[in-house]
Ligand binder design. Structure first.
Ligand SMILES: [Zn+2]
Length: 58
């Protein structure tokens, strides 16, 4: 398995303030579990985070 610098990121949804953990390198879009807003989208490398990054978890 290829080693990456991927981390988990705690994101707050801009719309409903739900806090959710997303992978730092998503391969598919991640949506908010509450309001379905897109929180992270794949860019080939790092995830593009749409909400507010609260914390980066190792
Ligand atoms: Zn939301």
């Amino acid at each position: 398995m290829k080693e990456t610098k991927s981390k988990f990121i705690k994101v707050r949804c801009a719309d409903c303030k739900n806090e959710q953990i997303v992978f730092g390198n998503v391969s598919t879009s991640v949506t908010c579990l509450v309001c379905k807003k897109e929180l992270a989208s794949p860019t080939g490398g790092k995830s593009k985070i749409a909400g507010t990054v609260l914390e980066v978890l190792e």
